[in-house]
Design a binder for this molecule. Sequence first.
Ligand code: BGC
Length: 297
Amino acid sequence: MTDEGSAATPSTTPSESPSETPSQSPSESGRPVLGIDIGGSGIKGAPVDLATGELAAERVRFETPAESTPEKIAKVVLQVVNEFADQIGDGPVGITIPAVVTHGVTRSAANIDKSWIDHPAEKTFEDVIGRDVVLVNDADAAGVAEVKYGAAKDHPGLVLLTTLGTGIGSALIHHGVLVPNTEFGHIEIDGHDAEKRASAKYKEEKGLSYKEWAHKSLQRYYETIEALIWPDLIVVGGGVSRKADKFLPLLKLNAEIIPAKLQNQAGIVGAAWLANDYATHRSEPLIHAAVDPNGGD
Ligand code: BGC
């Protein structure tokens, strides 16, 4: 196992894999790994060079089908895979989804079609594209990307990434290892689901200025999260983070709070990293199984 350990903890690992364990992981062979980011309006993908975190080819984007059911989305995912089939060999594909994912099953659907709830989504994708798939929550993928290559690169402590968009996504990463599915966008604050009062969508709907949004929504949101988990660093992603200088400096928090760096590539890059991580480590025993029960070194 590498010094970073496996970020694909048991709850994010695929339920089953259609192909045999390859002798070399994609990154060991130097091949790029395909990352695909499923969003409310677009499905974007590109092969990623994991040595640098950069896209190895220009990103493609397809519209998300209006009826965004698993079957319809899987067909678009196949189109993305077909675009890059020549570059990614028989490698696995990392896919993000704006939902909780445990053991390959999507468990929630806050801002997507309700048919995703309890759907064996990883299996659906694997059946349609005929490759190993690692399916992860969209914010978890973005958080991993920022820690591996972006604003929180190699941070040794506790990093919280939040994405401010239609909803609020969160990723919690300690010393490079992801704790998946934190869903801090849904903590209850003053009797409300937090993302309903602090997301970028809320700002737009209410016509708030950046200053009003920072003072009325974001300050309360981030100070509440801070009191619960005490991160060392908070990274803020989502499209609105391009305007971070208009609202992040207004927030008074204990932790440093900074904008994300990878912007709309973060999901793609993090998904590819996690797919490779799983392909590299899937045959290893769990860390606790490797501990000598007699206390030896
Ligand atoms: C969902 C999360 C997702 C976030 C950002 C939330 O509503 O519950 O799973 O990460 O939106 O897309």
